[in-house]
Design a protein around this ligand. Structure first.
Ligand code: KG4
Ligand code: ZN
Length: 336
């Protein structure tokens, strides 16, 4: 069978990224221009700044991805781009770049859901085995996604308020740690002890949904009350206690769902997948579940990138699910 080469483009948040992927599995190039430095001093992503950076970077990033792949547009089979969800102004830059390239080079266009991309990052590591379950944890998402075949997604649980990464970033800010706070809390957590009693939001017994805003408030209140009493709380112990709560809920629900749905493979996805505490606990729990394979991609594939968009786009290409020139950025696109 003929090989399929797809150029992926991702601009949904604060990374401008382009990549070429062969057959949905093999990364030929993967270029990511991060804007973290520009957003740091604001303590979070500023949408207008993100859009401006994407405009400045997109052409360079695309050229670099094509150069590193050593491929011409004539050899490509399609252009895949993140359609949503994300910041609308940021999405538009990628979508318009993709449309311009597809039009100029007579290539089909494929619109990809950002979370489908995060899940398919795993296919760049190993072949997917169905039925599978993906725990998607990022700055904007916390979802348990069930898949019985390629390209078909069923969200069985999601956050009712803050995303896991968002909770990490907010708690980090109250501890005066730089943005993005996730990695800093993770590091501190390993130096401290989970001595502070914080809540775990289990919700209804049969629910796979998550909630992190109560936990975030508990951290803020505990710090505030201690300050008023003139006491100090070691940030390391707070980080360890917060992380213990997040990890316990994420892992317990993932293990329960894996058993209930007769899952063969569990895929970790999204930026919070970089979390050492989460990785360690998942590895420990799934070591005991012999018939379930746990896949944890390398860090570079967990955070936003375009190879994952090209990988997910390849499945849509194979199914003939193309977008038209009316494709638009959709900030609240649903995964299905
Ligand atoms: O997937 P991603 O790059 O962007 C989104 O699509 O949101 O995820 C970014 C999120 C940020 O909230 C960041 O704090 C978090 O991932 N993160 C971590 C770690 N590394 C990144 N959270 C916890 N522990 C980490 N080691
Ligand atoms: Zn993401």
């Amino acid at each position: 069978m003929k090989d399929i080469y797809i150029l992926g483009i991702e601009t949904s948040c604060d990374e401008t990224a382009a990549a070429v992927v062969k057959n949905g599995r093999e990364m030929i190039s993967n270029v990511v221009a991060s804007q973290i430095e520009s957003h740091k001093r604001f303590g979070g992503v500023v949408p207008e700044i993100a859009s401006r950076h994407h405009v400045e970077q997109i052409t360079l990033v695309l050229e670099e991805a094509m150069r590193q792949a050593n491929i011409s547009f004539a050899e490509l089979d399609a252009i895949a781009v993140t359609e949503g969800p994300g910041l609308v102004g940021a999405l538009l830059i990628g979508v318009n770049a993709a449309k311009a390239l597809a039009f100029a080079h007579h290539l089909p266009l494929v619109g990809v859901h950002h979370i489908a991309g995060h899940i398919y990052a795993n296919r760049l590591v190993t072949e997917m085995k169905f039925p599978l379950l993906s725990l998607v944890v990022s700055g904007g998402h916390t979802e348990l996604v069930y898949m019985k075949e390629h390209g078909v997604f069923e969200v069985i649980g999601e956050t009712r308020d803050d995303a896991a990464g968002e909770a990490y970033d907010k708690v980090a800010r109250t501890l005066n740690l730089p943005y993005p706070g996730g990695p800093h809390i993770d590091r501190l957590a390993h130096e401290g002890k989970p001595t502070i009693d914080l809540p775990r939001a289990w919700l209804e017994e049969d629910s796979y949904d998550f909630s992190f805003s109560g936990l975030k408030s508990a951290v803020i209140n505990t710090l505030h009350n201690a300050k008023q009493r003139g006491e100090t709380i070691d940030p390391k112990d707070m980080a360890a206690s917060f992380q213990a709560s997040v990890v316990e809920v994420l892992v317990t629900k993932t293990v329960k769902a894996a058993k209930e749905y007769g899952i063969r493979q569990v895929l970790l996805a999204g930026g919070v997948a970089a979390n050492k505490g989460l990785r360690e606990e998942l590895e420990k729990q799934f070591a005991e579940l012999k018939d379930v394979e746990l896949v944890i991609p390398p860090l570079s594939l967990c955070t936003d990138n375009a190879a994952m968009i090209a990988a997910a786009g390849t499945v849509l290409f194979e199914k003939g699910k193309f977008a038209t020139m009316a494709l638009n950025g959709n900030p609240s696109l649903e995964l299905k």
